[in-house]
Design a protein around this ligand. Structure first.
Ligand code: HEC
Length: 131
């Protein structure tokens, strides 16, 4: 019994530490530029983007999103969403909630509004003319 209580206490401390770290990330947008693949210690938008989008919009010849956008823009703008400087938050949300061709519709039970806002913030971080 004592052991179980101890384990619970440790779990609580870890959870709290993770939340505190999460809150910290939101305040440090400069960490966008030092994003790592693991996503550990990275801002929420980056992490959620890796989780929900990168399997199609990441780098590589087997990524349908990247391939489709490469064909669409023919190199005039980057095929990788996270390299774009022209994306607007509203447009990203429209695509994510409605889908397009093979890109699925993501419901709020899959990607919450807060997570979608974070993804939009991540993908528009280099757009100087965003509202
Ligand atoms: C199953 C693969 C797949 C997933 C997962 C996916 N996408 Fe897409 N996405 C595509 C494809 C393919 C296109 C291009 C469709 C076309 O225009 O032919 C696209 C297009 C887009 C566009 C339009 C870009 C433009 O300039 O036309 C945006 C924005 C976008 N995706 C955002 C996202 C975000 C954000 C996520 C994650 C929440 C995501 N996508 C997840 C496949 C995917």
């Amino acid at each position: 019994m004592r052991n179980a209580g101890m384990r619970l206490a440790i779990a609580c401390v870890c959870l709290f530490a993770a939340q505190a770290a999460g809150a910290q990330e939101q305040r440090v947008p400069s960490s966008w530029t030092t994003a790592t693949v693991s996503g550990e210690g990275q801002p929420r938008g980056y992490v959620e983007y890796q989780r929900f989008c990168s399997m199609c919009h990441g780098e590589g010849a087997d990524k349908p999103g990247t391939m489709a956008l490469d064909a669409k823009y023919k190199g005039a703008i980057p095929a990788l969403l996270d390299k774009r400087t022209d994306l607007m938050p509203g447009l990203i949300k429209l695509y994510v909630r409605n889908g397009i061709t093979v890109m699925p519709t993501f419901r709020k039970t899959e990607i919450s509004d807060a997570d979608l806002n974070a993804i939009a913030a991540y993908l528009t971080r280099n757009n100087k003319s965003k509202p």
